[in-house]
Design a binder for this molecule. Structure first.
Ligand code: GDD
Ligand code: GTP
Length: 410
């Protein structure tokens, strides 16, 4: 029997995803029509042996209950949400809930960061892990550019794929093989974690906690993976399949494009340029032209002559006659007036650089100006007719009165 653990953080994380994460937890933001972590759940349940999925985070249970119930019904496996009383870091929550993970004595468990999107090769990873006699953790690794690698966990391997050196977000170049935030772990990882935990506790109470926010706080990467490197118990399986972090709203558009190729639906409602996802409850005028890379949520209304490409339209939004939307996210219940133009700038990986990943840039550059990015309309925003919005972010429930470019509208 196998289990899976998905780390989803809490409301104080996902700052680069605001304002989209203000009214929906980032792990539930729809990518190709499905909540982000439903893609993880779908991948885990494809392995018949995976009998239980534990989601660990510090969102309230109220925010997660409906989703967990829906997923249990849909996939018929046990899914539980375990709430951290305070953010305990990537390792602290895992260690805190170790008894729940060990219960039933699974032969191993998958550990997945909730903020990545990928073709999760879980079966291959499990087989790879099983072949290594002393493996405690196997990390899914992928190639990045030299320049971008330093924003990830970096690994050096020997000829038998054992990780000899691991540095989390190094200050200078270490390796182009990066950690994808997807792991297979054997249960004896908790013995390693117990030692790491003891060290953290000693440090915390002796005053050497160095800014550790809570005695139960532990970093999976720094306190567990880094010390395991060089012991022949940490391995990395390198993959070349598609993978991306989902940190910014721009990366949601990028992930959407990839996942849509897997879940395309309804190609008969209007002129569609694949790939497009349209929820069955959406109303789309037959003269609209939609795609590529568009997903349209529940209850959305798209009127005559509308053109939408490279965008996500969230539930119950209305897009009025002849408006154009590209490289944007339109929030829940937002409305775009007729003949308006809502446009952003894509932040896709550089196609001319092999292994390039998305640059998850902060909202502002060093001179305090907004970095060009996709346009985001928060929930309930009203864009009047004949308005142009370019590279802007509009916070929820704002009724705009004119056109804007390169601005955050508060
Ligand atoms: N439950 C819980 N509690 N989850 C957390 C916490 C916490 O206190 N802090 C972070 N997480 C979750 C996040 O929601 C995310 O899914 C995952 O843990 C990793 O989050 P970050 O701490 O933001 O790390 P990162 O994404 O910058 O880097 C990690 O992922 C990269 C791949 O995407 C590292 O593992 C890197 O080494 C790796 O390259
Ligand atoms: P993830 O996408 O989940 O990794 O979140 P993020 O990278 O957007 O947020 P991260 O926690 O890395 O924080 C980015 C910056 O925002 C850091 O300097 C944090 O200290 C700061 N920050 C995070 N949360 C808050 C918050 O709730 N309030 C304030 N004022 N700052 C925050």
């Amino acid at each position: 029997m196998l289990k899976a653990v998905i780390l989803i953080g809490g409301p104080q994380k996902g700052t680069r995803f605001r304002p989209l994460s203000l009214d929906i937890p980032k792990p539930l933001f729809p990518i190709a029509g499905l909540p982000l972590i439903q893609h993880h759940i779908a991948a885990c349940t494809k392995l018949g042996e995976c009998k239980e999925i534990l989601i660990i985070g510090s969102y309230t249970t109220t925010q997660m209950t409906q989703f967990v119930n829906d997923m249990q019904k849909l996939y018929r496996v046990i899914i539980r949400y375990l709430q951290e009383f305070t953010p305990l870091g990537t390792g602290g929550g895992l260690y805190h809930f170790r008894d729940q993970i060990r219960a039933g004595n699974p032969s191993a468990f998958f550990l997945l960061n909730g903020d990545v999107c990928a073709d999760f090769p879980l079966r291959e990873m499990y087989e790879f892990h099983e072949e290594k006699p002393n493996a405690i953790v196997t990390i899914m690794g992928t190639e990045a550019t030299r320049q971008q690698s330093v924003h990830y966990g970096c690994m050096v391997r020997n000829g038998s794929n054992a990780v000899t050196h691991y540095v989390e977000k190094p200050n200078s170049y270490v390796s182009t093989l990066i950690n994808c935030g997807v792991y297979v772990c054997s249960l004896n990882v908790f013995q390693v974690m117990a030692e790491a935990f003891q060290k953290k506790q000693d440090g915390f109470y002796s005053g050497n906690g160095q800014g550790t926010p809570h005695p139960g706080y532990m970093s999976w990467e720094q306190d567990v993976l880094a010390p395991l490197a060089g012991t022949n118990k940490l391995y990395s399986m390198q993959v070349s399949s598609w993978w991306s972090q989902v940190k910014t709203a721009g990366s949601a558009i990028y992930a959407n494009r990839h996942c849509l190729t897997l879940h395309c639906t309804r190609d008969d409602v209007c002129q569609i340029i694949p790939d497009v996802y349209i929820h069955p409850s959406a109303t789309v005028d037959s003269t609209a032209v939609i795609g590529p890379n568009v997903s349209i949520g529940t209850g959305v209304t798209i009127k005559a002559g509308v053109r939408i490409k490279e965008s996500i339209i969230l539930e119950n939004a209305t897009v009025n006659e002849h408006s154009l939307i590209m490289y944007s996210v339109v929030g829940r219940e937002a409305s775009v007036g007729e003949w308006s133009r809502v446009e952003g700038t894509p932040s896709d990986p550089d196609p001319n650089k092999p292994f390039a990943k998305m640059d998850n840039r902060p909202l502002f550059n060093t001179d305090g100006r907004l970095n060009p990015s996709i346009t985001i309309l928060g929930a309930g925003v009203v864009v009047p007719a004949e308005t142009i919005l370019l590279n802007s972010i509009v916070l929820p429930h704002k009724h705009l009165a004119r056109s804007f470019k390169h601005e955050i509208i508060l």
